[in-house]
Design a protein around this ligand. Structure first.
Ligand SMILES: Cc1cc2nc3c(=O)[nH]c(=O)nc-3n(C[C@H](O)[C@H](O)[C@H](O)COP(=O)(O)O)c2cc1C
Length: 214
C-alpha cells in the first residue's frame, strides 16, 4: 500500500490476530528500522524496544495484560520501554554519536551538550521519567502509521501492568521501564473490529484555522 490515507483507513487497533501468521524476517527488520528512526526531543532516543516472540514468555505476560488475546496471538510483541538512565553518561554517548556520524569535533557540540545537560538538570526524576515516556509515545505513533503502509496490523496497548512486565522481562536490571505494548502481526478473519467504521470527530471539530483561534 502506498497511499498514506488508504493505509490509515485500513489500519485499526487489532483485537484478534491470526496466531498462525508470522511476520517474515525481512519485513520485521524494516519494522525494527522504523522504530529506530523515530524522532525524539534533542534526538536523545531515551528508549529501547524489547521484542518478545517466545510463546512461553507471551503466556506468562497474558495475565499481566488484562488477558487481552493480542499478547499471545500476535507474531511479534514489542514492549516499548523508556530508559531509566537518562543521565550525563547517556547525553555524552549521544553527543559522541552525533560527532562521529557527522564528522564533527566534540568541541563543536559543547553548547548543544550543555543545553541538554541543563534541561535534564532542571527536571525532577519524576519529570524526566514522564519526558522519556512521551518520547516512547512518539515512537508508537510513527510505528503504527508505518506498519499500516506495510500492511502489518498492530494494536497500541496501555492495558497492562508495567511493574509486572518489568519483573518478568528483567527490565529494571537493564535500566528500562515498560511504557507501552505494541503487538504486531496479521488480523484474524474473525475479528469483527476489522470491518467496523472508524470513529473520528469531524475535521472542523479538530482542525482549527488560524483565524478561528484569534
Ligand atoms: C495509547 C493507546 C493505548 C491503547 N490501549 C489499548 C488496549 O490496552 N487494548 C486495546 O484493545 N486497545 C487499546 N488501544 C486502542 C484504542 O482503543 C483505539 O486506537 C481507538 O479506539 C481508535 O480506534 P482505531 O485505532 O481502531 O482507529 C489503545 C490506543 C492507544 C493510542
Amino acid at each position: 500500500m502506498t497511499d498514506i490515507l488508504e493505509a490509515l483507513n485500513w489500519r485499526y487497533a487489532t483485537k484478534k490476530f491470526d496466531p498462525n501468521k508470522k511476520i517474515e524476517a525481512e519485513t520485521w527488520s524494516k519494522i525494527e528500522e522504523i522504530m529506530r528512526l523515530s524522532p525524539s526531543s534533542f534526538g536523545l532516543q531515551p528508549w529501547k524496544f524489547v521484542v518478545v516472540t517466545d510463546p512461553k514468555t507471551k503466556e506468562e505476560l497474558l495475565p499481566l495484560s488484562w488477558d487481552q488475546p493480542q499478547i499471545t496471538d500476535c507474531s511479534h510483541l514489542v514492549v516499548m520501554c523508556r530508559r531509566t538512565d537518562v543521565d550525563e553518561t547517556l547525553i555524552n554517548h549521544y553527543i559522541e554519536s552525533v560527532a562521529k556520524t557527522r564528522n564533527q569535533e566534540l568541541s563543536e557540540l559543547n553548547h548543544y551538550k550543555e543545553m541538554i545537560l541543563g534541561f535534564a538538570d532542571r527536571l525532577s526524576e519524576e519529570a524526566i521519567d514522564q519526558w522519556a515516556s512521551k518520547q516512547v509515545y512518539i515512537a508508537l505513533g510513527q510505528t503504527i502509521a508505518a506498519c499500516s503502509l506495510l500492511q502489518i496490523d498492530t494494536c497500541p496497548m496501555e492495558g497492562f501492568s508495567p511493574e509486572g512486565y518489568d519483573k518478568i522481562l528483567g527490565l529494571q536490571e537493564k535500566n528500562l521501564a515498560s511504557v507501552l505494548l505494541l503487538p504486531c502481526g496479521y488480523r484474524s478473519d474473525e475479528d469483527p473490529y476489522a470491518k467496523a467504521s472508524k470513529v473520528r470527530f469531524k475535521k472542523e471539530e479538530v482542525i482549527l484555522e488560524g483565524q478561528q483561534v484569534d
